[in-house]
Design a protein around this ligand. Sequence first.
Ligand code: CTP
Ligand code: CA
Length: 226
Amino acid sequence: EREAACEKDLKGKKILVTAGPTQESVDPVRYLTNHSSGKMGYAIAKAAMLRGADVTLVSGRTSIEPPMFVNLIPVVTARDMYEAVTSVSNEQDIIIKAAAVADYRPARISEEKVKKSDGQMSIELERTDDILKFLGEHKQHGQFLCGFSMETQNVIDNSRAKLAKKNLDMVAANNVKVEGAGFQGDTNVLTLITQDEEISLPLMSKEDAAFRILDKILSLMQDSVC
Ligand code: CTP
Ligand code: CA
């Protein structure tokens, strides 16, 4: 079994993983969110723990059990996640941002429940801070930064643009429309994109994908030391 046999090749490394969706309140009853289950991020956190890393998991609300032996920091909103992440990011060797962070939040949260009326209604939204972009702008010496990218079209080009724009070392890209990939299921179909490479992983469990992501990160970090 993998859990017992695991080589402790991440021993001594501090790894920060973010996972799950964020929730942005509209009023005391309602919120805006997305379909993220948290499974991919939790699988990465667990794999890193099994390989001996010191793992911090910043997680939005999910319905799955967090892995044991990780430092869990629960958050709700994109702003909460920004604060939790940036308060521990400087000391991390590796940061993997699997969370599905809201890009927009309601400009105002109504104190009272919004009552319906006839006809259409709209909610004014404002931008949230891009946590990963901030981390790329403040990347520590030797720190490895891995983002995720969720697309429905032009997956590779759009993901390469995120790699460059956010100053990342790797992007794990997926196409939500591909069978067996994306948010809710137990499997994923990822392409690992770096400056020099594109590695298309076949359909596999999120657990296996987590191991492959960590394998790639570790080998890239070892390359850059030599
Ligand atoms: N991300 C983040 N903070 C945000 C939005 C996104 O840290 N406010 C991170 C995600 O955790 C993910 C990466 O940025 O690792 C890419 O997220 P994605 O939604 O695919 O791309 P965006 O840059 O937000 O662009 P768009 O949604 O327009 O494709
Ligand atoms: Ca986004």
